[in-house]
Ligand binder design. Sequence first.
Ligand code: ASP
Length: 331
Amino acid sequence: MNDSLLPHIVLLGTGGTIAATADKATRLTDYVVTEGIEALLTAVPEINRLARIRCKQVFNIESHAITNSMLLKLAACINKELTKPDVHGVVVTHGTDTLEETAYFLNLTLKSNKPVVIVGAMRPGSALSADGPLNLYNAILLASSPQATGHGVLVMLNDRIGAARFISKASTTQPDAFRSSDQGYIGQVHNDNIHIFQTPATLHTTQTEFSLNGIKALPMVDIIYDHQNAGPHLYAASVAAGAQGIVIAATGNGSVSPQALKGIKLAAKRKVVCVRSSRTGSGVVTHSDTDNKSGLVSGNSLNPQKARILLMLALDATRDQEKIQWYFDRY
Ligand code: ASP
């Protein structure tokens, strides 16, 4: 195909294992981020058949080092690229450890219906059976296709397409680390063919009330893990440090221990909003009749790290507990 007829995709690099190398091909951990986004692209010349690519390095780090200000910078960069009429879509390379947090943040804050695909790899580029090159190829294929529109931000790894709202990293090292256990995958990619199975019912991108215009920083939200023999002291420390929201990685269906409840009451007195999420890894935290009285919001099916993302954006928009619950019920 004449190059000028190919879709124009912006490829943004942020680091992660997909951009890392180790000292030998059989070393799958203890790698270092060494490669820039141009090098990742050059390693997969087949991509040139799919799209015209413009690369940009936003940052180049492991994803557990990503901060709120980096999220804001990345979202602003993508929003700006997507307003350009000649840009068809955006692909972001990212570390897998916190990929789901960035993907969900973008899913709530990007203001475009154009395709945005986040991609990573579980094995460094130097590994035998490195998964990055095919994941990157599939991500560009997906972002170039009209089939990628209307589902919010998508995640492409291990041949599977996930929705940012539902996909989560569920294994420390396995190549199929990303799972969408209750809700299933959006689709699959095989042999240059995209198969879409379903679309997420939750609101995203242009459908949300969140806009990052004028936002310089996000409210501080902590996550506190609940367990047997817990104490209220972490809640006190979090409030003292300036948290405006706390997500509880609570037991089972969002059940909080008596000591955690003391901490929650202490936080509520200081107008800190607490959300009950679950440490189980799947299922919905259902509404409870006692939530309102205790100043609690139920976290729906968001895991604690995604609940933290939504709570930061919600607190930026409102302090009203009912409105925050409304966001958790729909986003
Ligand atoms: N440590 C890596 C990260 O940046 C893990 C990965 O990318 O697979 O999240």
